[in-house]
Ligand binder design. Sequence first.
Ligand SMILES: [Zn+2]
Length: 269
Amino acid sequence: MGRMSEIDGMGTERATCVLAPNPSMMTLDGTNTWIIAEPGAGEAVVVDPGPKDARHLKRVVETVAAQGRRVGLVLLTHGHPDHAAGAARFAEMASAAAAGSRVNVRAMDPKHRLGDEGLVEGDVVTTGGLELRIMETPGHTHDSLTFWLPADGAVLTGDTVLGYGTTVLEGRLGDYLSSLDRLRAFSADAGAATILPGHGPKLDDPLAALDHYIDHRRERLAQVEAAVAGGARTAREVVEIVYADVDPALWPAAEWSVQSQLDYLDERR
Ligand SMILES: [Zn+2]
């Protein structure tokens, strides 16, 4: 578990990771909960409180308190339970710790919000003097967001880009490829220094990481195209050919990805 100690506590000047104890094949080492605060500020933003795990949520509240801060706001990169299920409970705990001042949860999807404010493309979060810019990057899910922390050159990608491995697509591949291309161009333009992902270690070469992701998707797409040309009809049949070298336990997840690849190829036909 060497990697766990490398992930828990990692970050940048303004961002600190608290690793949730929910490791699995899909969540890698566990969910990365991010505490973000401007130096000297009394308020922090918490990104993705994580699963509804009382000990983890308490540890996040305590880590913020140990910084001499209180939680001002909670943001969600997307609505998956390993990121969002603990958000409402966390907001309650954080409100109590902040002497009752109400802590809201902002997310793109209304059903994950607490309070009136959503989160959309172009929003700028300024809690505690921070500057966090919101980008819509659909593909992993329809509601996937990326947060840009310009002061640290950090890109918080949620599950759109992970610290290692590749993400499962529930949304449309076309959307995902556009999101990756956009993040690639944005990171080059803005001079991004690091990716802070929703799972796995941070990535200190954003362009290399994004190129790797983009190449991987294009390669898989070419393989799927070849499998279809070779007679594979269903997503399952494609998976058995393209993912032959991958642990069959991952095939059901791969089937999701392949289905979105087949849809993408259909759309372009
Ligand atoms: Zn997810």
